[in-house]
Design a protein around this ligand. Structure first.
Ligand code: BG6
Length: 463
């Protein structure tokens, strides 16, 4: 193992660390990836020792790690986890951190900022007191900034300290197996690539539905909301992969170039009231750390156009929400009906929880009839145990990539910048028009206004 590379998590007692980062590190340990970091420093304000922290972390790893929990593997990881108690907003505390790294004999660093973006600048200021920190890599959680101007300022601050090619803006959706599969499904199959345009497609729907609410993250979420938390990053990344032109090569730069063109061509058609619906689940205002009068949206649905030759006029519908009746992330491509009255062909790329592809097309009903019915072919990739075992979880894949120095599948600054421009604009239009945040029942399908949004254009959400 690489004893020199130290992986430090700011926000070591937060939800993200327990649910995603530690289970990912466990999986990396279990996969015995020798090149990766061996020491993990978790920074938090609470009063733990490394021992008590490791015991607590174990329960989360047992619950959330992809690979089967083995005590022996966990102990190997745990012996390299060090809990370092400090207030990361206190600049002076970084002198102590510097000493601590020196005593440890730290060589190179990876810093993971698993905290709200408003603290990124504070941490960087503190790290100026830590020898060698500027040569390290930094992984920045989304949302990157809270709006365009904050994001731009943050980017400057980050680039003034870290080398630009050492800045990893993580969007964990880019590490999901089926998101990485979209390109192959699109470009390696003429049955799709030849009809991938507004002439043949009626609409494309990108949904990220969640059963969970804000849980312990009310303090962060109430300043963010679904547009900033999910749409600006995860959903726009997916939309741009679905809509981009085929990159000249498989190189990441080429792919980013094409994605950016899509983001720049995004428009919200007509009046915002006919293209966007925001909602809030019943009971949200009673969640811990949420403002009792909060108007923050926990649900967003949008109708978007991509103004280029391939997509002109064809709607992309995007929706995401919390406390819904099911957890489901998918990209449904609804093809134009060949003849009035005949159902559309549908290609549904299932991203989670099940990974796979569903294809629906028309056939004749068997027997003495000319009735048309639908063949529904459902390929479940993740139903196979072997596939599940061989498919790294998103954070595992991306952390491993960062440790190895692979920059593909991380967000680039111009992508972040362009999507912020768009999200800032639609939020402002929506609020300026005094449009409401519609309340919706927990466990349902979201606000009825989001159904009406599609009905207005003769569409329905694909379930
Ligand atoms: C995070 C958001 O980026 O993604 C959360 O901040 C959301 O609010 C989460 O719950 C969803 O991720 P996944 O992988 O569970 O779909």
């Amino acid at each position: 193992m690489n004893k020199e590379q130290v992986f430090t998590i700011f926000g070591g007692t937060g939800d993200l660390t327990f649910r995603k980062l530690l289970p990912a590190l466990y999986n990396i340990e279990a996969a015995k990836d020798k090149e990766l970091c061996s020491r993990v420093v978790v920074i938090g304000r609470r009063d733990y020792t490394s021992e008590t922290y490791r015991d607590m972390a174990k329960e989360w790893v047992e619950k959330f790690a992809r690979l089967r929990f083995k005590e022996e593997t966990y102990q190997k990881l745990a012996e390299n986890i060090i809990y370092y108690r400090m207030d990361f907003t206190d600049e002076n505390a970084y002198d102590g951190l510097d000493n601590f790294y020196r005593e440890m004999g730290a060589g190179s660093h990876i810093f993971y900022f698993a905290v709200a973006p408003r603290f990124f600048g504070t941490i960087v200021n503190g790290l100026k007191r830590v020898a060698g920190a500027e040569a390290g890599k930094v992984v920045l959680e989304k949302p990157f900034g809270e709006n365009l101007s904050a994001a731009a300022k943050l980017n400057e601050e980050m680039e003034a300290f870290f080398r630009p090619d050492h800045i990893y803006r993580i969007d964990h959706y880019l590490g999901k197996e089926m998101v990485r599969n979209i390109q192959i499904i699109r470009f390696a199959n003429p049955i799709f690539s030849n009809v991938w345009d507004a002439e043949h497609i009626e609409c494309i729907q990108i949904s990220a539905l969640e059963e969970v609410g804000v849980e312990t993250r009310g303090g962060y979420y109430d300043h963010s909301g679904a547009l900033k938390d999910m749409v600006q990053n995860h959903l726009f990344q997916i939309l741009s992969i679905v809509a981009m032109e085929q990159p000249g090569t498989l190189a990441v730069e080429d792919m980013h170039r094409e994605q950016i063109k899509v983001l720049k061509a995004l428009s919200i058609p007509g009046n915002i009231s006919e293209s966007m619906v925001l909602g809030q689940y019943e009971g949200y205002r009673g969640e811990p750390s949420v403002d009792k009068e909060s108007a923050t949206e926990t649900y967003a649905a949008l109708r978007l156009l991509v103004d280029n030759d391939r997509w002109r006029g064809m709607p992309f519908y995007v929706r995401t929400g919390k406390k819904l009746g099911k957890r489901e992330m998918q990209v449904a491509v609804v093809f134009k009906s060949p003849v009035a009255g005949v159902e559309s062909n549908i290609l549904n790329i299932k991203i989670q929880p099940t990974e796979g592809v569903y294809l629906q097309f028309n056939i004749k009903k068997p027997g003495e009839t000319e009735e048309v019915i639908q063949a529904k072919m459902d390929f479940c990739q993740s139903c196979s145990f072997v596939n599940r075992m061989n498919t790294p979880e998103a954070y595992e894949r991306l952390l491993g990539a960062c440790m190895r120095g692979e920059r593909s599948w991380f967000s680039q600054w111009d992508q972040v910048e362009t999507s912020w421009k768009y999200v800032d604009e639609v939020r402002e239009q929506y609020r300026n028009m005094g449009l409401p945040t519609y309340e919706y029942a927990q466990g349902g399908s979201g606000p009825k206004e989001a159904e009406e949004l599609l009905e207005r254009y003769g569409h329905t959400w694909f379930e």
